[in-house]
Design a protein around this ligand. Structure first.
Ligand code: NZQ
Ligand code: ZN
Length: 389
């Protein structure tokens, strides 16, 4: 049953080939001092850096830069960025990149005016900011995380091997605006594109595979999943197919912008496993999810056979006629496996550098959440990780 909730998502989206033009309107709303935040240099190769800096200049902004934000941004990099944003008296943090740059910018945003150590405050104690927040705007170049329209931020502590997500409660931490130009994703390497595609799909699964009631969110989720499957098949064949890439971009945003979790307890155990793997390997986020997903879902299937049957029929078009419910449920996961092979995501942790002797340590940093169909204990976590190897 849909319980009581409030819903507010203040991120203004500009979508399409000409969407960067709207950066002019947005820049006019903020003060002079902008910190431009980006990653390892892809935006310099594909021209996005030049286009953005030209608009910053046109709007007479004084710009400082934080460059080199790595995939899976670290605590040390966060401290460096906070200093730059403080020294520049930032009025706006402009994130130009993928989920890592966007997440990182939010972490800087809540830390600039805060005295406390941000890792401890936000990622260990999960506190909300008690200080002024610097607004974040985003120009997205990599599709998958949904960070462009949510209040999530994921930071990695390389000393403790912990990769932790904080989904802030305050919607002011969501980007104030996001520019979504599907053409910006054309230069992504295939590995990153399919990693992002699987990330989208799994975000939907994490919210879909919980609860047994009749929730509108599940119907929306099924539509979003069908769209991801359809568009991914086209994009893998032809990465320059604008329609497919634009559908993927739009679906990614809706897969994790707080809409489809309404009325749901949500699972998120695949992400907990994936993040634990990420903390030990620094592997690409979506691939850590794809490597553990099938063993995880096959493990929880006995606790939710009707839902897995619904998934099989409504998402994968499995014909249920004359078949036992469990068989249909299993066929759904087989269809999902075929699709994962077809688009080329990683199916084994060994491909990400995980070895058997690491599994105990990975299990130690796996947070166990309780919203899904079955709450795994430590022994089950080890079993799932072993099956994922
Ligand atoms: O650093 P550059 O040179 O820009 O290269 C990046 C990076 O190497 C490259 N790239 C991005 N756009 C490109 C491009 N290369 C060519 N052309 C382009 N247009 O792609 C690589 C990966 O980028 P990254 O931002 O790391 O990828 P993604 O968007 O998947 O973000 C991953 C991070 O987001 C977190 C993950 O844990 C991970 O740390 N997540 C954030 C979430 C949230 N905020 O809600 C939820 C997710 O579940 C996820 O945990
Ligand atoms: Zn994810």
């Amino acid at each position: 049953m849909l319980g009581n909730f409030s819903y507010c998502n203040p991120t203004k989206l500009y979508f399409g080939k000409k969407s960067l033009n709207y950066l002019n309107d947005e820049l006019s709303k903020y003060g002079k001092n902008v910190v431009l935040i980006y990653g390892g240099g892809s935006i310099k190769k594909n021209g996005i850096y030049d286009a953005v800096t030209a608009l910053l200049k046109k709007n007479n902004k004084t710009v400082a830069e934080i460059s080199g934000v790595m995939p899976n941004p670290t605590v040390a990099k966060l401290h460096e960025g906070i200093e730059i944003a403080r020294a520049h008296k930032a009025d706006l943090l402009l994130a130009v990149g993928g989920g890592s740059v966007c997440d990182y910018s939010k972490a800087v945003s809540v830390s600039v005016h805060c005295e406390e150590e941000p890792w401890e405050k936000y990622f260990v104690r999960f506190e909300e900011p008690s200080c002024e927040i610097v607004p974040v705007g985003c120009v997205l170049t990599m599709v998958g995380t949904g960070s462009e329209m949510n209040a999530g931020s994921v930071i990695t502590n390389t000393e403790t091997h912990q990769k932790i997500a904080h989904v802030f409660a305050d919607e002011k931490i969501m980007p104030r605006f996001t520019i979504l130009n599907p053409e910006y994703t054309f230069t992504l390497p295939k590995y990153q594109m399919v990693s992002g595609i699987y990330d989208i799909f799994n975000h939907i699964c994490e919210q879909y595979f919980s609860d047994e009631d009749d929730n509108t969110s599940d119907y929306i989720s099924e539509g979003l999943m069908r769209s991801v499957i359809h568009s991914s098949r086209i994009a893998v064949q032809n990465p320059l197919d604008y329609e497919a890439r634009s559908n993927l971009m739009w679906t990614a945003t809706w897969a994790l912008n707080t809409l489809i979790d309404k009325g749901k307890h949500t699972d998120w155990m695949v992400h907990m496993l994936g993040q634990a793997v990420g903390g030990y390997t620094d592997a690409t986020h979506g691939m850590t999810l794809s490597a553990v997903s099938l063993p995880y879902y096959r493990h929880i299937l006995p606790y939710a056979i009707p839902k897995f049957k619904r998934f099989a029929v409504n998402v994968w078009n499995i014909n249920a006629e004359g078949k036992a419910t469990e068989q249909v449920a299993q066929e759904g996961l087989s269809a999902m496996e075929d699709w994962m092979r077809e688009i080329g995501v990683v199916l084994h942790l060994a491909e990400l550098g995980v070895t058997e002797d690491m599994l105990e340590s990975i299990a130690d940093v796996t947070l166990i959440l309780k919203g899904g169909y079955h709450v795994p204990n430590r022994a089950e976590i080890i079993e799932i990780l072993k099956e994922s190897l």
